[in-house]
Design a binder for this molecule. Structure first.
Ligand code: HEM
Length: 181
């Protein structure tokens, strides 16, 4: 008890604070220290994190002009391939948002596809997972333009979609892709 009294007296004498206030402030400083230090990563650790996640952090690679069919494998099923997604025929590397578009992500269904129609209509219907925007209204097209602006700003454009070989009917292609799901 004598020790306790000596300690509390010393605290009061040196800090002018009551022991309760002193311990509360000390605890808050420890918590603040912990919170702030978790916001930073040591340079060496960062290199390790980068190496571990080299898929999502690697530089986007240009794929040039490819068909929708060729775009499909870039849907996250092969971890060695980047995640790609197209809007209005323009292909973007969305690998940095693997949590959205990677397997199990809420928007995984858009990966490896031109999702223009689904985005314009804010739809998750499989039949809307297409780059065909025929028959959309002005407000739908406006929504699509907003998405396009967001993607232009956030992601690197790595290519563009080209239509299938001249003999392939575009509508048939979309139909086949949807049925394949
Ligand atoms: C209940 C309705 C919905 C909620 C609560 C919701 C919520 C969110 C949230 C919180 C984000 C993350 C935003 C960010 O951090 O930048 C997001 C992103 C996104 N949402 Fe939704 N969402 C909804 C519906 C939809 C619908 C209907 C679509 C399209 C069909 C959609 C497409 C997207 C896409 C593509 C992204 C990712 C954009 C990017 O790459 O940055 N969402 N959503």
């Amino acid at each position: 008890m004598a020790l306790y009294t000596a300690v509390t007296d010393a605290i009061n004498q040196y800090t002018g604070l009551s022991p309760a206030a002193f311990f509360t402030i000390s605890a808050m400083m420890v918590v603040a220290y912990k919170v702030v230090t978790t916001m930073f990563v040591a340079a060496d650790d960062y290199v390790a994190v980068k190496r571990e996640h080299n898929i999502s952090l690697r530089e986007p690679v240009q794929v040039g002009s490819i068909t929708e069919e060729e775009l499909r494998p870039y849907n996250g099923s092969d971890p060695n391939k980047p995640l790609l997604m197209a809007i209005k025929g323009k292909i973007y590397d969305v690998s940095r948002s693997r949590m959205f578009y990677g397997p199990g992500g809420p928007y995984a269904l858009f990966a490896g596809r031109d999702a223009s129609r689904a985005l314009a209509l804010l739809s998750f219907e499989p039949s809307d997972l297409t780059g065909n925007i025929d028959g959309l209204g002005a407000s739908d097209l406006e929504v699509l333009e907003d998405w396009e602006a967001k993607f232009e700003e956030k992601y690197v454009k790595v290519g563009q979609l080209i239509s299938e070989k001249a003999s392939t009917d575009d509508n048939k292609l979309h139909g086949d892709q949807i049925k394949a799901d």
